[in-house]
Design a protein around this ligand. Structure first.
Ligand code: FAD
Length: 392
């Protein structure tokens, strides 16, 4: 990510100034169905947009039963684990301000952080230096000193709490965003919750769902070109499996990159939560990628077959692991990673110059910037910037 651009974007936006603006056109008191902004999607970008707009009358509509999107986490016994985003770089700019505001604690991941699993051999801790060729060792040692931050319980859950009661409505799947005749509230957002149809009137809407979903729900408001552009963003699927084990199996590293296996990365979810010599019950994060973006075979594998294949693969590195498995938490992501193929810049330019997404409807989401947590936050900063221009 271009951090300079991000920081410039933040200071040009002037968070304090934005939040302190007079609320002209705010919905009348007592009518909570007329809002300044409805935010569709409660992932990193939607929750960041909500934080930037928190002094306005807003609502976040999240389709799933919990907020967080691709940054959700789980809990087993006293341990937290990630099901999607596992770490972020040292926070800067709007992200740092947001995290600070939420009172979250950044946890440094103790080095050494990386290892490799290949041909049945696990290279972790100081061993990794034997695996790497000369020049790469220096790079590795430098990288291993870098601090990376991680948040217990997942930033999604904390961000949701930080917004106050009623702002994030979960289990609310948006079906359609339409233009309305009301000049003050020109958008109507239709959604389904617990089998019932509802709608909200709003001055504006920040649409943060993955691009193909945004194309479908925003169809009545989007230009034909914006619709086609959004519908054409390719996404790769991804599956994560957290294995609950009788005892900890990774001690000397936080993550292991696997080569030639069904899993691509293993994570010791306990790395920041227990002492280095802890050997008791543990959670091992196993991240499984498709062969290529269009390969959906992983999504079709049954839970049982998936866990069996993972455990069979792990046996080569941790003999006897099969007998240690107590439980598994499987998370399938249909829209895991937007693919930044050769058409990506062209798509971004088309969206940047399209009037149908310059207000009252604006777009945010990692596909607008870069497929990382901070990319999603940056997209929210940009979207709120656009809304500010639209509100005038
Ligand atoms: C397995 C995995 C690991 C990752 N690891 C990292 C990492 O370590 N570090 C990092 O920086 N990034 C990581 N990423 C990327 C990062 O998670 C994403 O870039 C970021 O979370 C995207 O946020 P978002 O808000 O754009 O999208 P999302 O998180 O997908 O949020 C969109 C939200 O919209 C909701 N939604 C969809 N349709 C509707 C609808 N019709 N109505 C209402 N709501 C709807 C969804 O339920 C979702 O909550 C990882 C991603 C995955 C999949």
């Amino acid at each position: 990510m271009d951090r300079r651009r991000f920081l410039t974007g933040v200071s040009a936006l002037g968070l304090g100034g934005w939040l302190a603006q007079p609320r002209t056109g705010a919905a009348s008191d007592g009518d909570d169905r007329r809002l300044d902004a409805v935010i569709v999607g409660g992932g990193a970008s939607g929750l960041a947009a909500a934080w930037l707009l928190k002094d306005y009358r807003i609502r976040v509509l999240e389709a799933e039963s919990v907020a967080g999107g691709r940054t959700i986490g789980g809990q087993w016994r006293r341990f937290h684990y990630a099901k999607g985003t596992e770490y972020i770089g040292e926070p800067e700019g709007a992200l740092a301000a947001w995290i600070d505001d939420l009172g979250l604690k950044a946890l440094a991941i103790p080095p050494p952080t990386g290892g490799v699993a290949m041909n049945g051999r696990l290279w972790t801790g100081r061993d990794i230096l034997g695996f790497l060729p000369g020049a790469a060792r220096d790079d590795y040692e430098r990288a291993a000193e870098r601090l990376e931050a991680l948040y217990e319980g997942g930033i999604g859950a904390a961000a949701d709490r930080g917004l106050g009661p009623g702002v994030v409505e979960t289990g609310a799947r948006v079906e359609r965003i339409e233009r309305a005749a009301d000049k003050e509230h020109p958008l109507r957002i239709h959604y389904v919750k617990a089998g019932r149809r509802n709608s909200l009137a709003a001055r504006a809407c920040v649409l943060t769902a993955p691009a193909p979903i945004a194309a479908a729900v925003g169809e009545p408001v989007l230009s034909g070109s914006a619709r086609r552009t959004l519908a054409s963003v390719p996404y790769a699927p991804y599956v994560t499996v957290n294995l609950m084990l009788e005892r900890r199996v990774l001690h000397e590293t936080w993550s292991v990159a696997a080569i030639g296996e069904i899993f691509v990365t293993l994570y010791d979810a306990l790395r920041t939560q227990v002492a280095a010599d802890y050997r008791g019950p543990a959670v091992l994060g196993v991240y499984v990628a498709p062969e290529h973006a269009a390969d959906r075979s992983l999504m079709a594998l049954s839970d049982r077959a998936l866990v069996q294949r993972i455990v069979d693969g792990l046996e080569r590195y941790v003999p006897g692991i099969t007998g240690l498995v107590i439980d598994a938490d499987i998370q399938r992501f249909d829209y895991a990673f937007p693919v930044f193929d050769t058409g990506h810049t062209k798509r971004l330019l088309a969206l940047a110059t399209d009037d149908s997404v310059a207000g009252p409807l604006v777009l945010a989401g990692d596909y607008m910037v870069y497929p990382t947590f901070d990319g999603a936050v940056e997209s929210a900063v940009n979207a709120v910037d656009r809304l500010e221009e639209y509100f005038g």
